[in-house]
Unconditional design. Structure first.
Length: 744
């Protein structure tokens, strides 16, 4: 293992050659050294300790006075934050401010769509803006450090935390993560509205076996380098101020004791001086993992691996003095960890001003709502629109609004919304009722998404029969996704399936809207509905976004950031898989078509499921519009390139339908032969292109050959010469516009 990681570190050292070391911030470093030189051992170790907020202020105050606290998480009341900072500044020996932290994951007060929804927008500017809003609102209450973005690649919808990340693709996740970091941190960390970001969970947490949270991640060294680590490297380039170790182990090593991740990669290869925090008690949880003997062993393994700050575990504060005496931890190791903590506090300007203005409130500002609405609208994905059911015509006067998510303010905000006030959330019901000239017949039918009582369905059907159109809003309550909320069955829960089926039988046009934290297996509901809009929990402005889309004030543009399976048994399922030696042709017989008594090899022997076939319900990058787009005239600037050259790709995009709209154009490549097998497709670019009805434009992409590098057979990060295919496409399954080029 050690040897392998050594080889990998060499490989990554090569990757990093292009990454310039961070410019030294000498003034800050000088202040750090001055302060460090005055600190006692206890004060140093205190800086490495993060407390969870306690009800009794005095309990925290006592520890702060004694210099035993570096950071507090989950303290959000400005008055209390000021009181604690005053104690730190005036009553502790060295006056070191406290780093106040919170999980601000997709908004603080104004709640943006969950990150998976944000990814569906493919809109980096809008995502950065959402993070900026979150930072302005949270810092206004005294929070200067958030535990976001989560940039774990997730290819298994059973895993509840798929909601918190940007989906299955490394390239998309890398860019989304960097945009989010830029938004939180702003141009200068010392600005009072800047909030330190935390790239988490470092690393591989999204690969939890079986989609069960906290589980072992089985990741090969090459997958780690090519799939799971790049978003974290990109985060380092974006200047992520902190990293969080993940709960999982990889190949027997829990991340909190993984020096390959925390030193070889983060420090040596990426030159990051970010502060590393553990996940919640992921230090002491190493006892359960079984790689440590006792709490002292835990502390030694974590700090020696490269952890700086311990979130609530308290093994550092209890054991580091003794470990130092025994020589199991060096003073220089502790000093380095303290440096990383202090540097961040200086950079945030906390020494100059740790306080918050208790009289200034900026939550839910109109421009925040406007920007959040834009992102929520762009995050919605139109998965079906038979016979142009949407947008609703002006003839629609009576709407039956049905379903447990139609007026569920808290639930539509999704996971991790500790601070948003649900009274500011606009539900579909509220938004519809605000439209003049529309009569709304509302019937939730089920009290919540898991409701097993079918009694309300009859009255929903009765209302549907009186309406011109039925809007049925179903999905998942907030609690059904997020941390620890994994599912082995990803169908609609409760009687929601029966509800959709009963409504479809009324013969009225049925628009199904799904608000959920993960892609659900909805093949049946797609069939039963005339139109289907998917909204990963859309947040504060979700109802307004939905109604704007339904009535054509806005046109859907979102595309799936994850593959949607037909059946849960298909997961993990993702577009950039390997081909295998026996790829399916797509013409294989399914189980119902297979003759009784069929001979053992009569079906052929290819890689597919007898019951689910080969492909997904919806591929990655998929989403419809009210208009139609045509791609044509694909041209490459060259067909033979050197490894350091850039390929210029152009094509024409025409809006051939009736509506002004935006298309998310995607650029994919396939490396046909490598020293190791290559994915069948890889996303290498995307662009949101707005076109008026009937308009046509030329779209351009630049593809650097350097971006075709991968971890080769001998573990080098390199571009290998050879033939490539390239597509400009509406989704990952669209092969119509194809070209070829060769790298010499
Ligand atoms: C989660 C982290 C989170 C932390 C603090 C942990 O359980 O895994 O993502 O930041 O708690 O709330």
């Amino acid at each position: 293992m050690k040897r392998l990681f050594y080889t990998l570190s060499l490989a990554l050292a090569l990757v990093s050659c292009s990454t310039a070391p961070k410019s030294a911030d000498s003034a800050v470093d000088q202040r750090v050294e001055d302060l460090l030189s005055k600190m006692t051992l206890e004060e140093k170790i205190g800086q490495l300790n993060q407390l969870s907020s306690m009800n009794n202020l005095e309990d925290m105050a006592k520890q702060i006075r004694e210099g035993r606290v570096g950071s507090i998480l989950n303290e959000v009341e400005p008055g209390r934050i000021n009181a604690l900072q005053r104690i730190a500044k005036d009553e502790s020996r060295l006056g070191i401010p406290i780093l106040m932290s919170r999980d601000v994951i997709h908004g603080f007060k104004t709640i943006a769509p969950i990150p998976l929804g944000q990814a569906a927008s493919f809109d980096l500017e809008a995502v950065e803006a959402a993070a900026r809003i979150a930072a302005i609102e949270a810092t206004n209450d005294g929070i200067r450090w958030t535990f976001s973005p989560m940039i774990d690649i997730a290819r298994d919808a059973r895993w509840g935390r798929i909601a918190e990340g940007y989906g299955e693709d490394t390239y998309l996740t890398s860019l989304m993560g960097a945009a989010t970091i830029r938004g939180y941190q702003g141009p200068d960390l010392s600005d009072p509205t800047s909030m330190a970001a935390c790239a988490k969970h470092f690393c591989g947490y999204g690969a939890s076996e079986g989609g069960r949270d906290y589980n072992t991640a089985n990741i090969t060294p090459r997958q780690l380098l090519d799939v799971y680590l790049p978003p974290f490297q990109k985060a380092a380039e974006a200047g992520a101020a902190t990293y969080m170790t993940s709960f999982n182990e990889i190949d027997g090593v829990p991340s909190t004791a993984n020096s390959y991740l925390l030193k070889t990669m983060l420090r040596d290869a990426w030159h990051s001086d970010a502060m590393v925090v553990t996940d919640w008690a992921s230090t002491s949880e190493m006892l359960a993992h079984g790689n440590t003997y006792d709490r002292a062993d835990v502390a030694a393994k974590a700090i020696n691996a490269g952890v700086d700050m311990e979130m609530v575990g308290e093994t550092f504060i209890q054991n580091l003095p003794q470990l130092l005496k025994e020589g199991r931890v060096k003073l220089s190791t502790i000093d380095n960890a303290v440096r990383n903590v202090l540097r961040l506090k200086f950079r945030l300007g906390l020494f100059e001003n740790p306080y918050v203005d208790e009289n200034k409130r900026v939550a839910y500002a109109p421009e925040f709502i406007e920007k959040t609405l834009k992102l929520a609208t762009e995050s919605a994905i139109l998965l079906k629109n038979a016979d142009e059911t949407l947008p609703l015509s002006s003839k629609v006067k009576t709407v039956a609004l049905v379903g447990p998510m139609a007026d569920a303010a808290y639930e539509q905000s999704g996971t991790w919304t500790f601070d948003g006030d649900a009274s500011h959330t606009v539900t579909p019901l509220a938004a519809l009722q605000a439209i003049n000239g529309i009569k709304v017949l509302y019937e939730p039918a089920l009290t919540h998404c898991r409701d097993q009582k079918a009694a309300g369905i009859a009255s929903a059907v009765a209302k549907a029969k009186q309406a011109d159109v039925v809007i049925c809003v179903v999905g998942e309550e907030a609690i059904m996704s997020g941390e620890a909320h994994c599912l082995a069955d990803i169908n609609l829960y409760g009687k929601q399936k029966d509800l959709v089926e009963a409504l479809s039988k009324t013969g009225k046009p049925l628009v199904t809207v799904i608000m959920a934290g993960r892609p659900l297996t909805i093949a049946k509901q797609v069939e039963e509905s005339d139109a289907l809009l998917y909204m990963f929990h859309p947040g504060t402005t979700g109802g307004t976004a939905l109604v704007d889309l339904l009535f054509g004030k806005a046109v859907p543009s979102g595309k799936t950031p994850v593959t949607f399976p037909y059946m849960v048994g298909q997961v993990p399922i993702y577009y950039n898989h390997k081909n295998s030696g026996r790829p399916a042709a797509g013409t294989e017989l399914l189980i119902d078509q297979t003759p009784v008594g069929a001979g053992q090899t009569s079906l052929g022997c290819s890689s597919y499921w007898l019951d689910a076939g080969f492909g997904p319900l919806f591929p990655f990058g998929y989403g419809l519009s009210y208009t139609t787009f045509e791609y044509s005239n694909l041209k490459l600037s060259k067909t033979e390139l050197a490894k350091n050259e850039t390929l210029h790709v152009t094509f024409d995009l025409a809006n051939t339908g009736k509506y002004d709209a935006t298309e998310i154009c995607q650029l994919y490549i396939r490396d046909l032969v490598g020293s190791v097998t290559r994915p069948i497709k890889e996303l290498k670019g995307f662009k949101r292109v707005a076109l008026k009805a009937g308009e046509k434009t030329t779209v351009e992409f630049d593809l650097n050959m350097a971006d075709l590098a991968f971890t080769t057979l001998d573990m080098k990060h390199e571009v290998e010469p050879g033939d490539f295919k390239l597509w400009v496409a509406a989704n990952s399954d669209d092969n119509t516009n194809e070209a070829s080029f060769t790298v010499k």
